[in-house]
Design a protein around this ligand. Structure first.
Ligand code: DUC
Ligand code: ZN
Ligand code: ZN
Length: 465
């Protein structure tokens, strides 16, 4: 493969920003400096920012929701195209263990689904729904074969793992170099609040939010942290929505516990006005768990992103069509599939509402959306950095190019965007994956199935950001 030179741009990494040329050889970063030359191809990045490709560690592509008999609207081809167009070069999606199923078998089934389809690099977290002696035994093989992270739902019907089983799993993860990635909501409280709404005939989509208040999330998060401390296990708390919850993480980190947290753009850019009953059933477009919080919580959450209390921003991309999927819950909000599309808009939203709004620095933006995700989940520095020798996963962004968001301009199969009409910058003009141009000026030029599996390192609790 001929060398590629990205010339004249401003390189932004998690720790610096400045004018730098980047030379790519054989899919890797070969050299950085000023005044570099090549006989190969040259891309002029004058006036643009050159950054490590985005890493989205929380996507649900082609994800089955058994209870409702639906799958998310994007398969691994469409979903990774949407990701690449939004500057994402690596995803970590999920393999879901059916009850009684081997974790390894669930992982292999998912690999068979993604391999022929993904245009970007990928890995999976293993969702453990059934903690039994065999699942515990399989933890070591998964960690050793490059799959060191394990997702646990503390709520969600038959996917829920109870405290005793969670503790067993955490102990095994601590012993074998794994990390738990936790969805924290108190299942008893959610069930109780849902039943109360339904018994009163309160079945519209707005009641989704009041059945899952912040306290439900805060209680489960605190419990997860305490169980992790008992087990001595490192954990990552998924989709933190409020400062109260982030405060539990802060206390634990203050005690030296290896705990990290993520939030998502929907909790920073939207607020609970989206649940106004005046919106009728269209409110269902914003039904996700945990739900979107009120404006005061949103402002407070920004402060946790600014001052380093939370370590990563992922999308929790879980797209469901409005017309024939969200509408499953027209008569009962508990039957609305939970989730929002976001893989393609994560970087532009964080760029616009974070960097351009002056809330976070360009380096912090890279840290939250690429470098820390790589560090937390065992891929750094080969991913999430522009160090010499790392994979040349690069996005080039024109910071001044604005786009008005609409479902039509995005690449997900879903029929709406929660961000309709917002004007954002931060879409890439070019996305490189291992030195190959996969998107240029909005045109996708990647072969289906070109993505590689990323085998990840064991988790060293001391190296968590
Ligand atoms: N909540 C989740 O936990 N996952 C998918 C989407 C959602 O809303
Ligand atoms: Zn979740
Ligand atoms: Zn999720």
């Amino acid at each position: 493969m001929a060398d590629i030179l990205i010339r004249g741009g401003t390189v932004v990494t998690a720790d610096s920003m400045g004018p730098t040329d980047v030379l790519i050889r054989d899919g890797k970063i070969a050299q950085k400096g000023t005044g570099l030359e090549t006989d190969g191809s040259i891309f002029d990045a004058t006036g643009q920012w050159v950054m490590p490709g985005g890493i989205d560690t929380h996507t649900h592509l082609d994800h089955p929701i058994g209870r409702l008999g639906v799958r998310t609207a994007d398969d691994f081809h469409v979903g990774t195209i949407a990701g690449a167009c939004g500057g994402v070069t690596t995803i970590i999606d999920f393999s879901l263990q059916d009850r009684g199923e081997s974790l390894l078998k669930a992982r292999d089934r998912r690999l068979g689904e993604i391999e022929p389809n993904s245009i970007i690099d990928y890995s999976f977290h293993t969702i453990v729904t059934d903690v039994n002696p065999n699942s515990i035994k399989e933890v070591e093989s998964l960690v050793e074969s490059g799959f060191p992270s394990f997702k646990v739902y503390m709520t969600y019907g038959d996917k829920k793992v109870g405290d005793g089983d969670l503790l067993l799993l955490l102990e095994e993860l601590a012993a074998k170099g794994g990390l738990a990635y936790l969805h924290c909501e108190n299942d008893c409280a959610v069930t109780h609040l849902i039943e109360r709404h339904i018994s009163r005939g309160e079945t519209g989509p707005s009641f989704h939010a009041s059945s899952r208040p912040v306290l439900v999330e805060a209680e489960a998060t605190n419990r997860a942290i305490m169980l992790a401390e008992i087990a001595g296990a490192p954990i990552c708390i998924a989709h933190v929505t409020s400062k109260l919850v982030a405060g539990h993480l802060e206390e634990a980190r203050g005690r030296g516990q290896p705990v990290v947290g993520e939030t998502c753009p929907q909790y920073l850019v939207l607020n609970d006005a989206v649940y106004d009953p005046e919106g009728g059933f269209e409110v269902a477009k914003f039904v996700c768990s945990p739900p979107i919080r009120d404006i005061d919580q949103v402002e407070a959450l920004w402060s946790t992103v600014e001052d380093g209390l939370l370590q990563q921003v992922s999308s929790d991309h879980a797209p469901f069509h409005y017309e024939d999927q969200k509408t499953t819950g027209r008569d009962n909000f508990t039957r609305i599939p939970n989730g929002l599309p976001g893989i393609e808009t994560r970087l532009p939203l964080m760029f616009t509402y974070g960097v351009k709004a002056g809330r976070i620095s360009p380096s912090r933006f890279v840290e939250l959306t690429s470098t820390n995700p790589a560090r937390i989940f065992g891929m750094y520095p080969n991913k999430g950095s522009l160090k010499v020798g790392a994979d040349a996963d690069i996005v080039i962004v024109d910071p001044n190019k604005e786009v008005e968001l609409s479902a039509r301009c995005l690449h997900s199969a879903v029929d709406y965007t929660p961000y309709q009409g917002l004007r954002v910058s931060g879409f890439p003009t070019m996305t490189f994956s291992r030195g190959e141009v996969i998107v240029q000026d909005g045109e996708v030029i990647a072969k289906r199935g070109r993505g590689h599996l990323v085998r990840r390192q064991k988790i060293d609790p001391k190296s968590l950001p």
